[in-house]
Design a protein around this ligand. Structure first.
Ligand SMILES: NC(=O)c1ccc[n+]([C@@H]2O[C@H](COP(=O)([O-])OP(=O)(O)OC[C@H]3O[C@@H](n4cnc5c(N)ncnc54)[C@H](O)[C@@H]3O)[C@@H](O)[C@H]2O)c1
Length: 345
């Protein structure tokens, strides 16, 4: 089987490629990635040595390139991780989110129709459901929860989900979708909460916490997400959506304090900053469907996963340094300096 993994040079895609290369020695994998600021080819250094792996630089929204790739490679499956994925960036620069996350998915789906495919899997997010109130611990997102996205990021992902499902219904395209909660683990770009806080703690830089830090996220170790996607590719039902989560809700401030504790740094490094506009309050997945239908359950508890993650970042200081380029630093100061002026209401 030949599988194209789009966005495989990013955080989850990289972890997925290493997982499936080992799990399926009979398969060939092609990573297609535009290598935006979030894509890092050095992540795939080891994979590139494998004769069953190939890297192609390209944009999922580039129709000619995508059709050429499909014509040459004739893939059996597509797993689409490629996306602009950071909510803060989507607030500042929504255009690129619409282009990659909506148009790009449309191009991939058209290519699947044109050349024939056994499966198109869209990697989506629980953020498409919007958020839940903090004081209703009894509420969870099920696959039937109405889509109610809040940010340009989540609305672009919700659009892609609807288009993919429409291609299934209208053209019979074999589509599956997974909607996962927040991931953490190795190779995550240090603009996201956990690697950012680890990096800052390691370097005695203030840890910027949005608002009061009481927003709740449902954290999943990245390898558990990869296992879930692989399982959906093997045994998921065509045309179905699967929520992926492990009932591991934590307030942002709890996560930050856990990182300070694990790195032996003082709580005085915490700095509360102006909240993100429209900041979702709580995400919480009901994973019953994938638990019951596919027998998936997360294998790594948060305490073990976070310890492993911190260890990885401490051992990969060079990886962090290399990607903290001038461009990233410019963006960092754009988001975190003068937040009141930019995001205050
Ligand atoms: N990170 C999370 O917690 C999380 C949770 C649930 C779902 N997701 C979804 O999983 C997917 C991967 O997330 P991530 O955190 O690894 O993202 P990421 O930002 O780390 O990686 C995205 C990758 O896509 C590539 N890319 C961007 N635009 C592209 C384009 N036009 N053409 C080809 N490649 C392009 C980037 O170069 C990068 O390698 C996304 O679709 C995201 O919505 C992420």
């Amino acid at each position: 089987m030949k599988v194209i993994v789009t966005g495989g040079a990013g955080f989850i895609g990289t972890n997925f490629i290493y997982y499936v290369l080992e799990k399926h020695p009979e398969n060939e994998y092609i990573c297609l990635d535009k290598l935006t600021y979030a894509g890092n080819l050095t992540n795939l250094e080891e994979a590139i040595k494998n004769p069953r792996f190939k890297f192609v630089k390209g944009d999922i929204a580039d129709r000619d390139l995508i059709y050429r790739l499909f014509a040459e490679e004739r893939p059996d499956q597509i797993v689409n991780f490629a996306a602009e994925s950071h909510v803060d960036r989507s607030v500042l620069f929504p255009d690129e989110f619409l282009r990659t996350n909506i148009t790009g998915v449309g191009v991939l789906l058209d290519a699947c129709r044109k050349y024939g495919i056994e499966r198109f899997h869209q990697v989506s997010t629980d953020e498409v459901y919007g958020d839940l109130p903090l004081d209703r611990k009894d509420l969870f997102f099920t696959e039937d929860t109405p889509l109610n996205p809040s940010s340009p990021y989540s609305s672009s992902k919700a659009s892609a989900d609807l288009i993919a499902l429409a291609y299934h219904r209208t053209y019979g395209l074999p589509v599956t979708i997974s909607r996962c909660s927040n991931n953490y683990g190795a190779y995550q770009f240090p603009e996201k909460l956990i690697p950012l806080m680890i990096y800052n703690a390691m370097h005695d830089i203030e840890l910027p916490v949005y608002g009061e830090g009481i927003n709740v996220r449902d954290w999943l170790f990245v390898e558990d997400h990869c296992i879930a996607i692989d399982l959906i590719l093997q045994s998921g039902k065509i045309g179905e959506v699967y929520n992926v989560g492990g009932h591991n809700e934590k307030q942002n401030i709890e996560v930050v304090k856990a990182i300070l504790k694990a790195t032996n740094k003082p709580k005085t490094l915490i700095k509360y900053v102006t909240d993100r506009p429209g900041h979702d309050l709580r995400y919480a997945i009901d994973p019953e469907k994938i638990w019951n239908e596919l027998g998936w359950k997360p294998l790594t508890p948060f305490e073990k996963g976070i310890e492993q993650t911190i260890k990885w970042y401490l051992e990969n200081v060079e990886w962090m340094k290399d990607i903290m380029t001038g461009e990233y630093e410019k963006y960092y100061s754009e988001v975190y300096n003068n937040r009141e002026e930019k995001f205050g209401r």
